[in-house]
Unconditional design. Structure first.
Lengths: 176, 210
Protein backbone atom coordinates (compact mmCIF):
# COMPACT_ATOMS: atom_id res chain seq x y z
CA UNK A 1 0.00 0.00 0.00
CA UNK A 2 1.35 3.48 -0.95
CA UNK A 3 1.59 6.03 1.80
CA UNK A 4 1.75 9.85 1.55
CA UNK A 5 5.51 9.65 1.67
CA UNK A 6 5.59 7.43 -1.43
CA UNK A 7 3.58 9.80 -3.62
CA UNK A 8 5.54 12.19 -5.84
CA UNK A 9 4.90 15.86 -5.31
CA UNK A 10 2.61 17.54 -7.82
CA UNK A 11 3.76 20.49 -9.95
CA UNK A 12 1.87 22.79 -7.61
CA UNK A 13 3.76 21.49 -4.55
CA UNK A 14 7.12 21.65 -6.36
CA UNK A 15 6.52 25.29 -7.23
CA UNK A 16 5.49 26.02 -3.64
CA UNK A 17 8.64 24.28 -2.43
CA UNK A 18 10.73 26.50 -4.70
CA UNK A 19 9.02 29.66 -3.46
CA UNK A 20 9.15 28.74 0.21
CA UNK A 21 9.75 25.21 1.43
CA UNK A 22 8.09 26.05 4.75
CA UNK A 23 4.76 25.97 2.90
CA UNK A 24 4.99 22.18 2.47
CA UNK A 25 3.35 19.75 4.85
CA UNK A 26 5.56 17.59 7.05
CA UNK A 27 5.15 14.42 4.99
CA UNK A 28 5.85 16.39 1.79
CA UNK A 29 9.08 17.68 3.26
CA UNK A 30 10.04 14.16 4.27
CA UNK A 31 9.25 12.91 0.78
CA UNK A 32 11.33 15.66 -0.79
CA UNK A 33 14.31 14.62 1.30
CA UNK A 34 13.97 10.98 0.30
CA UNK A 35 12.73 11.18 -3.33
CA UNK A 36 15.42 11.81 -5.92
CA UNK A 37 12.89 12.49 -8.71
CA UNK A 38 11.06 15.23 -6.82
CA UNK A 39 14.30 16.72 -5.54
CA UNK A 40 15.69 16.84 -9.09
CA UNK A 41 12.56 18.51 -10.36
CA UNK A 42 12.72 21.13 -7.64
CA UNK A 43 16.43 21.72 -8.20
CA UNK A 44 15.89 22.06 -11.97
CA UNK A 45 13.23 24.72 -11.52
CA UNK A 46 15.40 26.58 -9.01
CA UNK A 47 18.34 26.44 -11.43
CA UNK A 48 16.18 27.76 -14.28
CA UNK A 49 15.06 30.71 -12.20
CA UNK A 50 18.59 31.36 -10.95
CA UNK A 51 19.87 31.19 -14.54
CA UNK A 52 17.28 33.73 -15.58
CA UNK A 53 18.36 36.09 -12.79
CA UNK A 54 22.06 35.62 -13.56
CA UNK A 55 21.51 36.22 -17.26
CA UNK A 56 19.48 39.34 -16.51
CA UNK A 57 22.33 40.71 -14.38
CA UNK A 58 24.97 39.71 -16.92
CA UNK A 59 23.08 41.17 -19.87
CA UNK A 60 22.23 44.40 -18.13
CA UNK A 61 24.66 47.23 -18.79
CA UNK A 62 26.87 48.57 -16.02
CA UNK A 63 26.26 52.07 -14.77
CA UNK A 64 28.69 54.48 -16.36
CA UNK A 65 27.80 57.63 -14.50
CA UNK A 66 28.70 58.11 -10.86
CA UNK A 67 25.95 59.20 -8.52
CA UNK A 68 26.24 62.89 -7.69
CA UNK A 69 24.95 63.93 -4.30
CA UNK A 70 23.63 67.41 -3.65
CA UNK A 71 25.81 69.77 -1.70
CA UNK A 72 24.72 69.84 1.94
CA UNK A 73 23.58 73.26 3.06
CA UNK A 74 25.15 75.04 6.00
CA UNK A 75 23.28 74.94 9.29
CA UNK A 76 22.39 78.63 9.56
CA UNK A 77 20.16 78.96 6.46
CA UNK A 78 18.92 75.40 6.66
CA UNK A 79 17.71 75.20 10.24
CA UNK A 80 14.47 77.02 9.41
CA UNK A 81 13.34 74.63 6.71
CA UNK A 82 10.94 71.71 6.58
CA UNK A 83 9.80 70.47 9.96
CA UNK A 84 11.63 73.21 11.84
CA UNK A 85 9.63 76.00 10.23
CA UNK A 86 6.36 74.22 11.00
CA UNK A 87 7.45 73.61 14.58
CA UNK A 88 8.40 77.26 15.02
CA UNK A 89 5.11 78.46 13.51
CA UNK A 90 3.07 76.21 15.80
CA UNK A 91 5.04 77.35 18.87
CA UNK A 92 4.43 81.01 17.97
CA UNK A 93 0.69 80.33 17.47
CA UNK A 94 0.47 78.51 20.82
CA UNK A 95 2.22 81.36 22.63
CA UNK A 96 -0.13 83.93 21.04
CA UNK A 97 -3.23 81.94 21.99
CA UNK A 98 -1.98 81.46 25.56
CA UNK A 99 -1.14 85.18 25.83
CA UNK A 100 -4.61 86.16 24.57
CA UNK A 101 -6.33 83.79 27.01
CA UNK A 102 -4.10 84.90 29.90
CA UNK A 103 -4.66 88.59 29.13
CA UNK A 104 -8.42 88.09 29.15
CA UNK A 105 -8.48 86.01 32.28
CA UNK A 106 -5.93 87.73 34.51
CA UNK A 107 -5.89 91.35 33.31
CA UNK A 108 -8.95 92.40 31.36
CA UNK A 109 -11.62 90.51 33.31
CA UNK A 110 -10.61 91.64 36.85
CA UNK A 111 -10.64 95.30 35.75
CA UNK A 112 -14.07 95.06 34.19
CA UNK A 113 -15.29 93.07 37.20
CA UNK A 114 -14.09 95.84 39.60
CA UNK A 115 -15.86 98.50 37.55
CA UNK A 116 -19.11 96.58 37.58
CA UNK A 117 -18.87 96.10 41.40
CA UNK A 118 -18.40 99.85 41.89
CA UNK A 119 -21.39 100.57 39.68
CA UNK A 120 -23.43 98.07 41.68
CA UNK A 121 -22.51 99.76 44.99
CA UNK A 122 -23.47 103.16 43.59
CA UNK A 123 -26.83 101.85 42.40
CA UNK A 124 -27.43 100.24 45.80
CA UNK A 125 -26.70 103.59 47.52
CA UNK A 126 -29.17 105.44 45.30
CA UNK A 127 -31.77 102.79 45.89
CA UNK A 128 -31.34 102.95 49.68
CA UNK A 129 -31.63 106.76 49.59
CA UNK A 130 -34.92 106.45 47.71
CA UNK A 131 -36.18 103.96 50.29
CA UNK A 132 -35.25 106.28 53.16
CA UNK A 133 -37.09 109.14 51.45
CA UNK A 134 -40.12 107.00 51.09
CA UNK A 135 -40.01 105.97 54.76
CA UNK A 136 -40.05 109.60 55.84
CA UNK A 137 -42.55 110.83 53.22
CA UNK A 138 -44.43 108.03 51.58
CA UNK A 139 -46.23 110.44 49.19
CA UNK A 140 -44.55 111.59 46.06
CA UNK A 141 -43.39 115.22 45.96
CA UNK A 142 -46.41 116.39 43.87
CA UNK A 143 -48.90 115.09 46.41
CA UNK A 144 -46.79 116.42 49.22
CA UNK A 145 -46.98 119.91 47.65
CA UNK A 146 -50.79 119.63 47.42
CA UNK A 147 -51.30 118.14 50.85
CA UNK A 148 -49.75 121.24 52.33
CA UNK A 149 -47.40 119.84 54.84
CA UNK A 150 -45.15 122.64 53.62
CA UNK A 151 -47.35 125.58 54.63
CA UNK A 152 -48.47 124.26 58.05
CA UNK A 153 -46.94 127.23 60.00
CA UNK A 154 -48.58 129.82 57.76
CA UNK A 155 -51.87 127.99 58.16
CA UNK A 156 -51.54 128.31 61.94
CA UNK A 157 -51.42 132.10 61.78
CA UNK A 158 -54.15 132.27 59.18
CA UNK A 159 -56.33 129.97 61.20
CA UNK A 160 -55.73 132.09 64.32
CA UNK A 161 -56.76 135.14 62.37
CA UNK A 162 -59.73 133.57 60.74
CA UNK A 163 -60.90 131.53 63.64
CA UNK A 164 -59.79 133.03 66.96
CA UNK A 165 -59.39 131.00 70.06
CA UNK A 166 -62.67 130.36 71.86
CA UNK A 167 -61.37 131.39 75.28
CA UNK A 168 -60.17 134.78 74.08
CA UNK A 169 -63.55 135.65 72.50
CA UNK A 170 -65.33 134.49 75.58
CA UNK A 171 -63.27 136.85 77.85
CA UNK A 172 -63.82 139.85 75.69
CA UNK A 173 -67.62 139.40 75.40
CA UNK A 174 -68.42 138.68 79.03
CA UNK A 175 -67.94 142.27 80.33
CA UNK A 176 -70.10 143.46 77.48
CA UNK B 1 18.58 70.59 -10.52
CA UNK B 2 20.09 70.49 -7.04
CA UNK B 3 22.25 73.58 -7.09
CA UNK B 4 25.86 72.88 -6.34
CA UNK B 5 26.73 69.24 -6.58
CA UNK B 6 29.64 67.12 -5.61
CA UNK B 7 30.73 63.88 -7.25
CA UNK B 8 31.15 60.73 -5.24
CA UNK B 9 34.49 59.04 -5.72
CA UNK B 10 33.98 55.87 -3.74
CA UNK B 11 35.18 52.67 -5.31
CA UNK B 12 32.76 49.86 -6.08
CA UNK B 13 32.33 47.80 -2.97
CA UNK B 14 31.06 44.32 -2.38
CA UNK B 15 27.75 44.12 -0.60
CA UNK B 16 28.40 44.77 3.07
CA UNK B 17 27.08 42.75 5.97
CA UNK B 18 23.86 43.77 7.66
CA UNK B 19 25.65 45.20 10.70
CA UNK B 20 27.97 47.24 8.46
CA UNK B 21 24.99 48.58 6.55
CA UNK B 22 23.14 49.45 9.76
CA UNK B 23 26.24 51.24 11.02
CA UNK B 24 26.56 53.20 7.78
CA UNK B 25 22.85 54.07 7.81
CA UNK B 26 23.09 55.32 11.40
CA UNK B 27 26.05 57.49 10.50
CA UNK B 28 24.29 58.76 7.38
CA UNK B 29 21.26 59.64 9.47
CA UNK B 30 23.47 61.81 11.63
CA UNK B 31 24.60 63.72 8.55
CA UNK B 32 27.74 61.73 7.71
CA UNK B 33 28.06 62.28 3.98
CA UNK B 34 30.91 59.80 3.60
CA UNK B 35 28.81 57.02 5.16
CA UNK B 36 26.03 57.71 2.69
CA UNK B 37 28.64 57.62 -0.07
CA UNK B 38 29.58 54.09 1.01
CA UNK B 39 25.92 53.11 0.89
CA UNK B 40 25.71 54.48 -2.63
CA UNK B 41 28.74 52.42 -3.61
CA UNK B 42 27.16 49.30 -2.08
CA UNK B 43 23.79 49.63 -3.77
CA UNK B 44 24.52 51.57 -6.95
CA UNK B 45 24.71 48.48 -9.13
CA UNK B 46 21.60 46.87 -7.63
CA UNK B 47 19.48 49.97 -8.05
CA UNK B 48 20.76 50.67 -11.56
CA UNK B 49 19.96 47.11 -12.65
CA UNK B 50 16.59 47.20 -10.91
CA UNK B 51 15.65 50.31 -12.89
CA UNK B 52 17.13 48.93 -16.11
CA UNK B 53 15.08 45.70 -15.78
CA UNK B 54 11.95 47.85 -15.77
CA UNK B 55 12.84 50.54 -18.30
CA UNK B 56 15.25 48.61 -20.58
CA UNK B 57 16.92 51.93 -21.19
CA UNK B 58 20.44 52.61 -20.03
CA UNK B 59 20.08 56.38 -20.12
CA UNK B 60 16.78 56.39 -18.26
CA UNK B 61 18.21 53.93 -15.75
CA UNK B 62 21.14 56.25 -15.07
CA UNK B 63 18.92 59.30 -14.65
CA UNK B 64 16.45 57.51 -12.42
CA UNK B 65 19.22 55.95 -10.31
CA UNK B 66 20.62 59.41 -9.72
CA UNK B 67 17.17 60.68 -8.65
CA UNK B 68 16.62 57.69 -6.36
CA UNK B 69 19.85 58.23 -4.48
CA UNK B 70 19.20 61.94 -4.12
CA UNK B 71 15.76 61.17 -2.71
CA UNK B 72 17.29 58.60 -0.36
CA UNK B 73 20.01 61.07 0.69
CA UNK B 74 17.38 63.65 1.59
CA UNK B 75 15.13 61.16 3.36
CA UNK B 76 17.62 58.98 5.22
CA UNK B 77 17.19 61.05 8.41
CA UNK B 78 13.55 59.99 8.54
CA UNK B 79 14.37 56.27 8.22
CA UNK B 80 13.57 54.70 11.60
CA UNK B 81 14.23 51.00 10.98
CA UNK B 82 17.82 51.18 9.90
CA UNK B 83 18.06 47.42 9.32
CA UNK B 84 15.53 47.78 6.49
CA UNK B 85 17.59 50.20 4.44
CA UNK B 86 17.70 47.92 1.40
CA UNK B 87 13.94 47.44 1.16
CA UNK B 88 13.42 51.14 1.90
CA UNK B 89 15.77 52.04 -0.95
CA UNK B 90 14.00 49.63 -3.30
CA UNK B 91 10.60 51.06 -2.37
CA UNK B 92 11.89 54.53 -3.32
CA UNK B 93 13.11 53.03 -6.60
CA UNK B 94 9.79 51.29 -7.30
CA UNK B 95 7.87 54.53 -6.71
CA UNK B 96 10.30 56.51 -8.86
CA UNK B 97 9.93 54.05 -11.74
CA UNK B 98 6.13 54.24 -11.41
CA UNK B 99 6.31 58.05 -11.56
CA UNK B 100 8.50 57.77 -14.63
CA UNK B 101 5.93 55.62 -16.43
CA UNK B 102 3.07 57.90 -15.36
CA UNK B 103 4.93 60.88 -16.76
CA UNK B 104 5.65 59.01 -19.97
CA UNK B 105 1.98 58.07 -20.39
CA UNK B 106 0.97 61.66 -19.69
CA UNK B 107 3.42 62.98 -22.31
CA UNK B 108 2.39 60.40 -24.90
CA UNK B 109 -1.25 61.41 -24.30
CA UNK B 110 -0.35 64.90 -25.53
CA UNK B 111 1.69 63.54 -28.41
CA UNK B 112 5.11 64.35 -26.92
CA UNK B 113 7.83 61.78 -27.65
CA UNK B 114 9.00 62.08 -24.01
CA UNK B 115 12.08 60.45 -22.55
CA UNK B 116 11.41 57.15 -24.32
CA UNK B 117 11.54 58.79 -27.74
CA UNK B 118 14.88 60.38 -27.07
CA UNK B 119 16.27 57.13 -25.74
CA UNK B 120 16.02 55.13 -28.95
CA UNK B 121 18.74 56.99 -30.83
CA UNK B 122 21.10 57.39 -27.89
CA UNK B 123 20.81 53.76 -26.94
CA UNK B 124 21.52 52.48 -30.46
CA UNK B 125 24.47 54.85 -30.69
CA UNK B 126 25.91 53.41 -27.51
CA UNK B 127 25.33 49.86 -28.62
CA UNK B 128 27.21 50.21 -31.91
CA UNK B 129 30.26 51.41 -30.05
CA UNK B 130 31.48 47.93 -29.14
CA UNK B 131 30.60 44.25 -28.75
CA UNK B 132 27.92 43.87 -31.43
CA UNK B 133 27.47 40.15 -30.63
CA UNK B 134 26.84 40.80 -27.00
CA UNK B 135 24.45 43.57 -27.90
CA UNK B 136 22.52 41.19 -30.14
CA UNK B 137 22.38 38.58 -27.40
CA UNK B 138 21.26 41.21 -24.94
CA UNK B 139 18.50 42.46 -27.23
CA UNK B 140 17.32 38.94 -27.94
CA UNK B 141 17.24 38.05 -24.25
CA UNK B 142 15.34 41.16 -23.22
CA UNK B 143 12.85 40.72 -26.06
CA UNK B 144 12.07 37.22 -24.81
CA UNK B 145 11.87 38.30 -21.17
CA UNK B 146 9.70 41.26 -22.15
CA UNK B 147 7.32 39.01 -24.08
CA UNK B 148 7.05 36.66 -21.12
CA UNK B 149 6.49 39.43 -18.58
CA UNK B 150 3.66 40.78 -20.73
CA UNK B 151 1.74 37.60 -19.99
CA UNK B 152 1.83 38.27 -16.26
CA UNK B 153 -0.49 40.52 -14.32
CA UNK B 154 1.00 43.67 -12.80
CA UNK B 155 1.41 42.13 -9.34
CA UNK B 156 2.78 38.85 -10.70
CA UNK B 157 5.30 40.73 -12.80
CA UNK B 158 6.36 42.89 -9.87
CA UNK B 159 7.01 40.03 -7.46
CA UNK B 160 8.61 37.80 -10.12
CA UNK B 161 11.11 40.46 -11.16
CA UNK B 162 11.85 41.40 -7.56
CA UNK B 163 12.39 37.81 -6.45
CA UNK B 164 14.39 36.34 -9.34
CA UNK B 165 15.99 39.34 -11.02
CA UNK B 166 16.45 41.88 -8.22
CA UNK B 167 17.20 38.96 -5.85
CA UNK B 168 15.06 40.30 -2.99
CA UNK B 169 13.86 37.99 -0.23
CA UNK B 170 10.15 37.36 0.34
CA UNK B 171 10.23 39.58 3.43
CA UNK B 172 11.91 42.40 1.51
CA UNK B 173 9.38 42.17 -1.33
CA UNK B 174 6.53 42.33 1.20
CA UNK B 175 8.12 45.43 2.77
CA UNK B 176 8.73 47.15 -0.55
CA UNK B 177 5.20 46.57 -1.80
CA UNK B 178 3.54 46.99 1.59
CA UNK B 179 1.80 43.63 1.29
CA UNK B 180 1.68 40.48 3.37
CA UNK B 181 4.15 37.69 2.68
CA UNK B 182 1.33 35.26 1.90
CA UNK B 183 0.04 37.62 -0.82
CA UNK B 184 3.53 37.86 -2.26
CA UNK B 185 3.81 34.04 -2.30
CA UNK B 186 0.46 33.71 -4.07
CA UNK B 187 1.48 36.11 -6.86
CA UNK B 188 4.88 34.47 -7.09
CA UNK B 189 3.33 31.01 -7.36
CA UNK B 190 1.17 32.09 -10.31
CA UNK B 191 4.11 33.78 -12.02
CA UNK B 192 6.42 30.77 -11.62
CA UNK B 193 3.72 28.46 -12.93
CA UNK B 194 3.43 30.62 -16.08
CA UNK B 195 7.22 30.72 -16.36
CA UNK B 196 7.40 26.95 -16.21
CA UNK B 197 4.80 26.59 -18.94
CA UNK B 198 6.24 29.22 -21.25
CA UNK B 199 8.10 27.35 -24.00
CA UNK B 200 10.06 30.40 -25.17
CA UNK B 201 11.51 30.92 -21.71
CA UNK B 202 12.37 27.25 -21.45
CA UNK B 203 14.04 27.44 -24.86
CA UNK B 204 15.92 30.57 -23.84
CA UNK B 205 17.23 28.90 -20.70
CA UNK B 206 17.85 25.61 -22.48
CA UNK B 207 19.61 27.52 -25.29
CA UNK B 208 22.56 28.35 -23.15
CA UNK B 209 21.93 31.44 -21.09
CA UNK B 210 23.13 29.41 -18.12
Amino acid sequence: MRTYADKHLTEDRIIRAVIDEAQLLRHEKEHLVQCLVCRDEKTRLEQDLTALGDAASRLAPRPRRAVVLPETKGKSPGWLTGHHSWALASVVCTVLVLFFLGWNFFVRLPQSRLASVEEEIQKDGQFMAEINDLVENPLPQVYRDISGDGYAEMDEDLMDFLVPEVEEHAGESSPA
Amino acid sequence: MQGKTQKTNWPDEEAGSTSQIVDLVNRARNGDRTAFGHLVALFHGDIFRMVYFRTRSEIDAEDLTQDIFIQAFKGVKRLKETDRFRSWLFSIAVNRVRDFYRKRRFLSFFGEPGEAGKFGIAQSERETEAQPLKNMERRDFWNHVGAFLKQLSRHEKEVFVMRFMDQLSLREIAEVLGKGESTVKTHLYRAVKKFRREPRMQALIGGGIK
